[in-house]
Design a protein around this ligand. Structure first.
Ligand code: COA
Length: 259
């Protein structure tokens, strides 16, 4: 149980809200489990027709909780009990109903890659996206090594994934990563209004439409996510990640000269 994810069901809409602002909504294992459980239940519940993932007008999420990740690295051994992050990513990928994200402020790491699985993304003009995996001694996750090039084109994906530098809402709109940019305080309300519109439409038609749009990618996405997890799991235990995370926590520049 965690109070760092707020879960609300109303008018056919499941809304999950990151609620750990003192740590910039960094996601712990308990938070991944809470989101996975809520989405799994919503997938099987006919009264839920749409889901929304949102943060605060100042911050979506700083991504994985770095300390949690370092002290409890997810076990990627084939056959092992899926780590909470894996369980969350699996249901995110397989969620059969419309999924909307409302993003304002920083959206780091999985805060950006989770958006690639959403059907609609609305962003505040203060949103800052980043994919800092290489800078943390890691590699892309959540299927982003497949989905990002598909959505934005190879060169732009390579620029974002190899340099890991933050990019703006305007840039994300230009690349086709987000549907619309709004003032930060209006993003969550706009996402709710769009969700309400969808909740009034025939649920089966929405589900079939989403499934048809995604079916040609399903097999490749499963394979890529598995490959990414194995690589990510190995790298997470490597020296570059230890150095990078210590540097973030100590607010200094990392030294990769030996990695
Ligand atoms: N994991 C754990 N704690 C985190 C965190 C993370 N991913 N991101 C931020 N925090 C914590 C900070 O340690 C700090 O805690 P403290 O007040 O106890 O010292 C608090 O959240 C506020 O963070 P701070 O860096 O002071 O906020 P900021 O507004 O200056 O910057 C970010 C916000 C998101 C840009 C910055 O925190 C950041 O880059 N975080 C790391 C992101 C990251 O690398 N994520 C992993 C992706 S795989």
């Amino acid at each position: 149980m965690t109070d760092a994810i707020l879960s609300n069901r109303e008018g056919g809409i499941l809304t999950l809200t990151f609620h750990r602002l003192d740590k910039k909504n960094a996601i712990t294992r308990a938070m991944y489990t809470a989101m996975a459980e809520a989405l799994e239940a919503a997938a099987a519940d006919d009264t839920v027709r749409v889901a929304v993932i949102q943060g605060d007008p100042t911050c979506f999420t700083a991504g994985n909780d770095l300390m949690d990740f370092l002290s409890n690295p997810p076990d990627m051994t084939p056959g092992a009990e899926p780590a909470p992050v894996v369980r969350f990513l699996d249901i995110l990928r397989d969620f059969p109903k419309p999924l909307i994200a409302a993003v304002a402020g920083p959206a780091v790491g999985i805060g950006t890659t989770l958006l690639l699985h959403c059907d609609l993304v609305y962003a505040g003009d203060n949103a800052g996206f980043s994919l800092p995996f290489v800078n943390l001694g890691l590699c892309p996750e959540a299927g982003s090594s497949l989905l990002l090039p598909q959505i934005v084109g190879y060169q732009r994906a390579a620029e974002k994934l190899l340099f890991g530098e933050p990019f703006s809402a305007e840039d994300a709109l230009d690349m086709g990563l987000v549907n619309r940019v709004l003032p930060p305080t209006e993003v969550n309300a706009y996402a709710q209004a769009q969700a309400a519109k969808l909740a009034a439409k025939p649920a089966t038609s929405l589900r079939v439409t989403k499934a048809l749009m995604r079916q040609s990618n399903t097999e490749a996405l499963h394979a890529v996510m598995l490959a990414e997890l194995q690589q990510f799991g190995n790298l997470l235990r490597g020296p570059a990640t230890k150095e990078a995370i210590s540097a973030v926590m100590e607010k200094r520049k990392p030294d990769f000269s030996k990695c």
